[in-house]
Design a protein around this ligand. Sequence first.
Ligand code: CTP
Ligand code: MG
Length: 232
Amino acid sequence: METVAIIPAAGSGTRLGLGTPKAFVPLEGQTLLERAVAGALDVGVHRVVIAVPRDLEARTQDLFRAQPNVHTVVGGSERTESVRNALASIEGNPSYALVHDAARPLTPRRVFDRVLTALRAGHRNVVPVLPVSDTVRTLSSQQPEDVAGLSAPVERAWLRAVQTPQGFAFKDLADAHERFERDATTNVTDDASLLEAMGIPAVGVEGSHEAFKITHPLDLELARMLCQRKEN
Ligand code: CTP
Ligand code: MG
């Protein structure tokens, strides 16, 4: 049963604000991208396809030259387009696909294992989830910058934050992206949502705090501290 991993790494890292595409930011000697790819290879995926900005394609190929099962494609302006480009490059009929953000370089092996176990048990749309620690409200204004108008808090006990790697039956993921390309209506921030729109509900497995996404400068500081602690 062949498993491929798709690593979207073509974002610009605007919120991190370093002026370098986020996946190529070094974290204690290795880029976020190298760490995310290693995480996928460690659990035995057969092929990895990375989507990167066009001007970093050659550098990425160089970075993974010694690993013939790691391939590079040029990503798009949206994450969905990056994943779609990666899918388009995959020949054959793998059974499963993992989609894993380069921005989650410290994801522990056990999270990958939980997702793979659920896939092998027959689930087609698997996401790692964590309880939310903040109280959450919806803005009542149509403008995201306008924080003055707020709805009542959402009942937190029912909320879960969704991480990656997300796991899918490969064909479902390919179909979902093809369908999204034809009639994209909403803004989606992950792949599980695309399968859900096709009538394949997402199934949760336990995520991990260590699988946090490096988004803001403080996230990178935390990641550095965690890496240093592991090395000592
Ligand atoms: N991503 C991608 N192609 C895009 C946008 C994002 O492959 N056009 C990838 C990012 O590289 C990242 C993952 O999707 O690994 C999650 O995206 P996010 O955390 O939003 O990263 P960036 O888009 O780079 O950050 P920002 O939104 O702050 O610019
Ligand atoms: Mg982004």
